[in-house]
Design a protein. Structure first.
Length: 95
């Protein structure tokens, strides 16, 4: 790690910036695997009398497994594909 990357605010998609995976103990005391990826994406362009946003937002996306990001490098522009539970099932380079 330690490599620099440029995130252009004009890019309308997701930029992969990290991940976390492991196991947590659920309410039934059973170890359950988890996989999350972290991405940056543009803030909403919606404006109203009570709301305005600018810049990038950082998001944690639940993933089906660590395989989702296995070929990605930090700073990669990515397209994300989701299942019906809004988990990332596929991330591919968007370059």
């Amino acid at each position: 790690m330690g490599e620099e990357f440029l995130v252009q605010t004009s890019y309308p998609g997701y930029v992969f910036v990290g991940w976390a995976a492991g196991r947590f103990e659920n309410e039934q005391k059973k170890k359950t695997p988890f996989a999350n990826m972290f991405v940056l994406s543009p803030a909403s362009t919606y404006e109203s009398e009570d709301f305005k946003a600018f810049g990038l937002k950082a998001e944690k996306k639940k993933c089906l497994s660590p395989e989702v990001w296995k070929d990605l490098e930090i700073g990669s522009r990515v397209r994300l594909f989701f299942d019906d539970k809004q988990r990332v099932i596929l991330a591919e380079l968007d370059e």
